[in-house]
Every structure is written in structure tokens, then in C-alpha cells.
Design a protein around this ligand. Structure first.
Ligand code: 6MZ
Length: 400
């Protein structure tokens, strides 16, 4: 493994934008689909992509393009496969393991609560409610966190390895799907409020995601205000699709609506923004003056903006065309690097850091700085100082 890749792998990392069902391992999705006789269109599977390129980097960063539309086509198949409690437990455990094995030390996992079957083989056993869906995830998270601490203590006392893997702390964000109804959103926000009272250490926030071409943040705004009043922190996806700018036709009603929505999101001042890719200059300038931390998901952005298409599916060429990232890096805008949907985009956080480093010419110190600065954006504020110590310590060791 070349040294920058090795550094990105061992760098202690913070993941703040990961959708549970989008982080499903492709192999697991295929297995669950087979068990349930769901036929997944081959074009949607990443491992079907053929790479003949001899260049290692091209191979590593060449990926099957996934348009925004295709992503949401895949998302529509996942609930057919993750349809019972056993499948939910499996994907949650695997996702936690995958992030931990990638040296993520703090993970905020987000998901929209769903009604599942108790057991897909025995539908007569009835259903698992949305509340039980969240409780199932939370109990796996707590167990995982305790196991991580025990394993780390054990490794520290028995291993001579200099870079013993650090423990990962998982936290939960409850998602609202913007393509759903206000009633469904209300149910999710109420559940989040209940859950934060029951699991104050593990439930940290709420978020608005889902297909950005559907509905509007303003429909859900009073609900997010209610969540805020109950002490939950908030992340809102924004600027994933174009909005009106001076260069665009401001009489186009879709673009105009997107502009007004993005303005309303910024006015609401969420604690973090997801993506914030295609904001017009006046809104971007406002953000520059009064920053809101942005969750940047490089591969996802290249895919949904279809930037890699001009580069034969190559992410390095695609990311060079990212509309904002260069500026955020140069001006030290508060942003974090994240995976979004590691299963759908066939990525992990190591790959995302390496990709950003290669495209923007960043060195080890720059990457360490980005990782450490992300701690300021975590929703579990009391964890901040301990995480910074843990990470700074490990980074020192990594440099020696
Ligand atoms: C917006 C996204 C997304 O909640 O079932 N999701 N929403 N933009 C994106 N960019 C690509 N990627 C994922 O996780 C899957 C759900 O997360 C949202 C979609 O609503 C998707 O169905 P959960 O665990």
C-alpha cells in the first residue's frame, strides 16, 4: 500500500453523513435479495462493472456511474430486501463493523424508521413498528460501543502493535424523507423526540433527506423547529439539484422554487448542511460570511452530478469539476468528508480522503487537519474534547 493510502487508512476519521440502508454491503444486498426472490437489475450492481485498466489508481477510482435517478432506483429495491428484523440487525452490525475497520472513531449513522416484518419467513408473526426499528438499531449500537471499548482495552494490554485500532463511537440521527407526507415526517420527528428521552446518549439529531426533486423543506420546517425546541440538532440536505442563479433562467419555476427553498434552509440555520453543492453565488457568499458546517460526500457528488461521465467513469477527473470543494479547502470553510452511501457508491472513508488528496494535492497534515476539524461539527458535543485528544495522539504516532 503506498504511503498516502496507508496514511488515509490509519488516519482516525469522523463520519457524519452516512445513510444506513445506503451503506449496505452489496454482497449482503445480493444475498438478501436471493433469499427473498427479489430480482435486482444487474445494471444497478457495482460488481458487474468491468475494469480493464492496468493503472492501479484508475482501477481504484474507476466506478460505475450512478445518476441521482439511478441512486433512487436502487433505494427503491433495498426495503424489499431489508424487510425484517434479522436483515435490519445484520446490516446495522455490518455497517458498524465496516466503518470501525476503516478506522472511523466516531460515526453518526442516519436512517428513516420503517415498519418491517418480524420475520420474512413467518409473516404471521406480525410487524416490527417504527419505534422497534429504531430500538433495534440503538440496542445494536450500544452493544457495539461496549464491545469496542472492551476490545480496545484488551488490545492495549496484550498487543505490541503500535497502531492498535481505536474504538468507534456510534450515534444515531433520525431521518425524515422529503418525498413522504407531512404526517409521516411528524411521526418520525415525534419518535426522535421520544427516543432522545429514552436514549439520550445515542440519539443526537434529526435530518431531512430523500429525493431532492420532491417536495420542499418549507413544508417540514415547523417540525424541524419542534425538534430543535426539544434539543435535537439538525442537518438538512440542500443544493443537490440546481436552483436559479443569474446565469440560469430565473423565470423557470422549478429553478426559482429550488432557489427559494435553499434560501429558506439557510435562513433556518440548521446545525449542518448536507452537500450544499449547487447553491448560487449569493447564497454561497452568505454562507462564507456566516458558515454552517457542510457534510461533503465527494464520490456521491461526482455521481449525482454525473461529473465522472466526462471522464470515462473516473472519479479523479470527475472530482476536479466539483463546483465548491476547491474553494472550501482553500478558504478553510468548515466542511467534513463523508461517504453518504458507501454501499451504493462502492466506497469507504479512506477512499474518500485519498480521492480528495489526489485531486486537490493535499498532504498528510492537510488531511489530518480536515479530520480533526470535523470534530467541531459532531452532534454529541460532550464527546468533542476526548475525541480530539484521541485523534491527535494517534496522528502523532502515525507521523513517527
Ligand atoms: C438524498 C439520500 C441520498 O434512511 O433507508 N438518501 N437522500 N440524497 C442522497 N444522495 C445520494 N442518499 C440516501 O437510507 C436510505 C435513504 O437515504 C436517503 C434516501 O431517502 C434513501 O432511500 P435509510 O437508512
Amino acid at each position: 500500500m503506498e504511503s498516502l493510502h496507508r496514511f488515509c487508512k490509519h488516519l482516525p476519521k469522523i463520519e457524519l453523513h452516512a445513510h444506513l440502508n445506503g451503506s449496505i454491503r452489496e454482497s449482503t444486498l445480493v444475498e438478501l435479495a436471493r433469499e427473498r426472490s427479489v430480482s435486482l437489475p444487474a445494471k444497478l450492481l457495482q460488481h458487474e462493472a468491468e475494469h480493464h485498466d492496468a493503472d492501479r489508481d484508475a482501477l481504484f477510482f474507476n466506478t460505475k456511474p450512478r445518476s441521482l435517478e439511478e441512486c433512487f432506483e436502487i433505494f427503491s429495491y433495498i426495503p424489499k430486501c431489508v424487510d425484517d428484523v434479522a436483515a435490519l440487525k445484520r446490516i446495522t452490525r455490518e455497517v458498524l463493523e465496516d466503518f470501525a475497520n476503516d478506522n472511523v472513531v466516531y460515526l453518526e449513522l442516519r436512517t428513516g424508521p420503517k415498519v418491517l416484518l418480524m420475520d420474512h419467513c413467518a409473516p404471521e408473526m406480525g410487524s416490527c413498528s417504527k419505534k422497534q426499528y429504531l430500538q433495534t438499531i440503538l440496542s445494536i449500537m450500544s452493544l457495539f460501543e461496549n464491545q469496542e471499548k472492551d476490545r480496545h482495552n484488551h488490545d492495549m494490554s496484550s498487543s505490541t502493535e503500535k497502531l492498535v485500532r481505536l474504538p468507534m463511537t456510534p450515534r444515531l440521527i433520525v431521518s425524515v424523507d422529503r418525498s413522504g407526507t407531512v404526517e409521516q415526517a411528524q411521526e418520525n420527528i415525534n419518535l426522535a423526540i421520544q427516543m432522545v428521552a429514552l436514549y439520550p446518549d445515542h440519539v443526537v439529531g434529526v435530518e431531512l433527506g430523500g429525493n431532492p426533486t420532491r417536495n420542499d423543506f418549507r413544508r417540514f420546517e415547523p417540525l424541524f423547529q419542534k425538534a430543535r425546541d426539544h434539543g435535537l440538532l439538525i442537518s438538512i440536505h440542500c443544493g443537490e439539484v440546481p436552483s436559479a442563479t443569474d446565469e440560469f433562467d430565473t423565470s423557470d419555476t422549478t429553478l426559482k422554487k429550488a432557489y427559494e427553498e435553499a434560501s429558506a434552509v439557510l435562513q433556518f440555520r440548521p446545525d449542518r448542511l448536507g452537500h450544499a453543492l449547487l447553491l448560487p453565488n449569493d447564497l454561497m457568499n452568505k454562507l462564507m460570511q456566516q458558515p454552517i458546517p457542510i457534510e461533503c460526500c465527494p464520490t456521491s457528488n461526482v455521481m449525482t452530478l454525473e461529473l465522472a461521465l466526462h471522464h470515462g467513469g473516473n472519479l479523479i477527473g470527475g472530482l476536479k469539476m466539483h463546483p465548491q470543494l476547491q474553494k472550501w479547502i482553500e478558504r478553510k470553510y468548515p466542511f467534513s468528508i463523508n461517504t453518504d452511501d458507501s454501499g451504493i457508491f462502492c466506497t469507504n472513508l479512506t477512499k474518500e480522503y485519498l480521492l480528495v488528496a489526489k485531486v486537490f494535492g493535499l498532504h498528510e497534515n492537510d488531511l489530518a487537519d480536515i479530520a480533526i476539524r470535523a470534530v467541531d461539527h459532531i452532534f454529541d458535543k460532550p464527546k468533542r474534547d476526548a475525541l480530539i485528544d484521541l485523534m491527535a495522539n494517534r496522528i502523532e504516532k502515525l507521523k513517527n
